[in-house]
Ligand binder design. Structure first.
Ligand SMILES: [Fe+2]
Length: 251
């Protein structure tokens, strides 16, 4: 297996070696939480198809030790997820998928921002009535819009490595996705296939992975952007103050 250098793309001294993250100078090793087949069966198109035991690894709260105070003070958390490239039956490897809760006392859900570090990602977003898909490549930043469930698919053979900034003070909600065996569409070698558990499947709308200047995403690793100007990522902890900016991206 090969070694992939993630230093330039992530802004952190990281490598992917034999599918696992290797932490460089100034970082402490983070032990990942693995998502395994027995759990994923609940959302697979074909739960009885042969599959590897491990689906993906979530490395939570990654940082340069010198940045820890800044990250904590600004109510942020930086995570990296690694999804190897494989299929279960004809369906490509993916994350379980979840919703975020609302900010207490408001009518706004917590958002999140993803960045592809290696490979390719399809980010599937749905709020029941709409189904949005970002087709993202290394360096692309994609906003998980408030109120939208999100699933990440690795549609290739290469491992997908992706990062996210998120507000650390909430628990994600996996129940609605589990109840309906995933979101409305599965991504397979034939393309998108309807999930029959849903009565209705909204048509698929492609979103380009654009730059979002209002939110401070630049053409650089978003770890660096946040450490230079953490206030730019305030929208993650207090999205209720950014209704106007989010509205622009809701179709
Ligand atoms: Fe999320």
């Amino acid at each position: 297996m090969s070694t992939i250098d993630l230093n330039e793309i992530s802004g952190l001294p990281l490598k992917l070696k034999n599918g696992k993250l290797v932490f460089g100078a100034g970082m402490k090793k983070v032990v990942p939480e693995g998502r395994i087949h027995v759990r994923m069966k609940a959302v697979l198109k074909n739960p009885t198809a042969k599959a590897p035991k491990e689906f993906y690894d979530m490395y939570r709260d990654i940082a340069l030790e010198k940045d820890r105070k800044t990250i904590l003070h600004n109510k942020l958390r930086f995570d990296i997820t690694v999804l190897p490239g494989f299929k279960v039956g004809d369906e490509y490897n993916k994350t379980f998928g979840h919703y975020h809760p609302k900010v207490p006392g408001t009518n706004t859900w917590y958002p999140e921002v993803y960045e592809v570090l290696h490979g390719r990602a399809l980010y599937l977003l749905t709020n029941h009535n709409e189904f949005l898909v970002y087709d993202a490549r290394p360096g692309d930043k994609c906003l998980m819009l408030p109120g939208f469930a999100h699933v990440t698919v690795n549609p290739g053979k290469e491992p997908l490595v992706m990062a996210n900034w998120v507000y650390p003070g909430f628990n994600s909600n996996y129940g609605p996705i589990e109840k309906l065996r995933g979101v409305q569409w599965y991504y397979t070698e034939q393309g998108f296939v309807k999930n029959k558990k849903w009565n209705q499947a909204p048509s698929i709308q492609l979103l380009s992975a654009k730059e979002f200047p209002e939110f401070g995403f630049l053409n650089e690793p978003m770890y660096k952007t946040a450490m230079k100007n953490p206030k730019k990522f305030d929208f993650l902890s207090t999205p209720q103050r950014y209704a106007k900016e989010f509205k622009k991206y809701l179709i």
